[in-house]
Ligand binder design. Structure first.
Ligand SMILES: Nc1ccn([C@@H]2O[C@H](COP(=O)(O)OP(=O)(O)OP(=O)(O)O)[C@@H](O)[C@H]2O)c(=O)n1
Ligand SMILES: O=C(CO)[C@H](O)[C@H](O)COP(=O)(O)O
Length: 401
């Protein structure tokens, strides 16, 4: 078992530019847990998360385990970690990975500057991987820098679209009921075949639900259950809520989850995940103008036109760039009207690269006011198409219209 930040020194700290917003985010996020807790009549608990990431992804049918498969050039697991890291009240994130993928995982943590992560060795089944994660959090582990949380979230590494609201709901429900999990309506009816592959019986679909993730538990409830459960459970079990019921006699509170909580399982799920990510990061675009006056002319018109295609369009001067990057905008359009030396554009490129997230940021440069004025509609169509398509071959390119 490996504990503590991977790679000795752990992932690099964010630069001072990034710290400000994260601090503000953290405060807002932490208070959301206390507020939520207060509304539900509970106090904010200490929370950690365990992410099983030790599978081989057989059903995906590709050699790389699915959690390491790239989506827009970034490994799937990195999106899941990012989703959990955004939630500042999750103190520790324990990821279970196989020994052979330990270095790959450390590389991902380093590359994407993931925080609050500890690695443990995965087991041969999902339940065994989760159990290893829980053991790392239990108080009695020697040389362990982690402390036992009151509530532990369990979430598959291959469910990247988990939002803070559902995490809050399962954590608060776990605090009250001992266990909680996200559910979804069934898409297909569940039937039971007989030995000769004939229908034995079918279930009434409306009465059943699909069990999804995240799930949350009072730590002692789920840890006790894992300590008591049989080898058969650890080998063939698929449901943590069931272990809490069977061994700790806790009936989990079920919480309605969003459709995006599904588990990436087959190859087509990677394409679906990519589409969702593209859709999300295409919604915000920042148009950087090189002079104030232009905002009233080309910039203003461009902004208005882009708004017909994209949700959030913000025109800014180059001075505000740092703030825009802090707000995690993923698309920049530089309009160089007054100059042709691309100084401002180069500054933007440098900042985007330094922010270490550049892989997701296409940069589009439109030059020459006259041309842009003449074909504003065409320019808008090209810009929106580039942003929505996110062809990796165009990332970081200077496109001169
Ligand atoms: N020994 C295992 C098996 C699975 N998992 C993790 O459990 C989660 C959900 O499991 P599943 O979707 O079944 O993943 P795989 O086992 O990798 O997929 P498959 O069943 O297709 O092989 C995944 O994040 C997976 O990495 C794990 O930590 N340890
Ligand atoms: O949905 C789930 C929770 O109930 C689990 O993700 C699922 O049970 C994992 O099982 P498997 O690894 O066999 O796909």
């Amino acid at each position: 078992m490996e504990l503590g930040p991977p790679g000795g020194s752990g992932p690099a700290e964010p630069g001072p530019r990034l710290r400000g917003l994260r601090g503000a985010d953290a405060a807002a996020s932490a208070s959301s847990l206390s507020r939520f807790g207060a509304e539900a009549g509970c106090r904010a608990p200490a929370v950690a998360a365990v992410l099983p990431a030790g599978g081989s992804g057989e059903r995906m049918g590709v050699p790389t385990p699915k959690q390491f498969c790239p989506i827009l050039e970034r490994p799937l697991i990195s999106y899941t970690l990012q989703a959990l890291e955004r939630v500042s009240w999750i103190k520790d994130i324990i990821v279970a990975v196989t020994r052979e993928n330990m270095e790959t995982m450390k590389g991902i943590i380093q590359r994407y500057q993931h925080k609050r992560i500890s690695l443990v060795e995965a087991g041969v089944t999902r339940h065994r991987s989760i159990f290893n994660g829980l053991k790392a959090l239990a108080e009695d582990q020697p040389n362990c820098r982690l402390s036992k949380p009151e509530v532990v979230i369990i979430h598959d590494a291959v469910r990247p679209f988990v939002e803070e609201d559902v995490l809050l709901k399962v954590v608060t429900a776990a605090q009250e009921h001992g266990a909680s999990g996200a559910i979804r309506p069934l898409v297909s009816t569940v039937i039971s075949p007989s030995a000769d592959s004939c229908l034995d019986h079918s279930l009434e679909r409306a009465r059943y639900r699909a069990s999804e993730m995240p799930q949350a538990f009072l730590f002692d409830v789920i840890y006790d259950a894992y300590q008591q459960c049989s080898d058969y459970d650890l080998e063939f079990g698929t449901e943590c809520l069931h272990l809490a019921l069977k061994y700790s006699h806790i009936k989990a509170k079920l919480v309605e989850g969003s459709p995006d909580l599904w588990k990436v399982t087959y190859k087509r799920d990677l394409y679906a995940a990519e589409s969702i990510i593209k859709e999300r990061i295409s919604q915000k675009v920042c148009v950087v103008m090189d002079t104030k006056e232009d905002e009233e002319h080309v910039g203003h018109c461009l902004e208005e036109m882009l708004k017909t295609e994209l949700n959030h369009v913000k025109v800014t001067s180059g001075q505000d760039l740092q703030q825009i990057i802090l707000e995690q905008c993923y698309n920049f359009v530089c309009v160089n009207v007054m100059t042709s030396d691309f100084e401002e554009t180069q500054r933007l490129l440098n900042m985007v690269e330094e922010s270490n997230l550049s892989i997701l940021y296409p940069v589009v440069v439109i030059s020459e006011e006259q041309k842009l004025r003449e074909s504003l509609r065409q320019g808008t169509t090209i810009i929106s198409a580039l942003i929505k398509e996110r062809n990796s071959g165009l990332i970081g390119q200077l496109l001169v219209a």
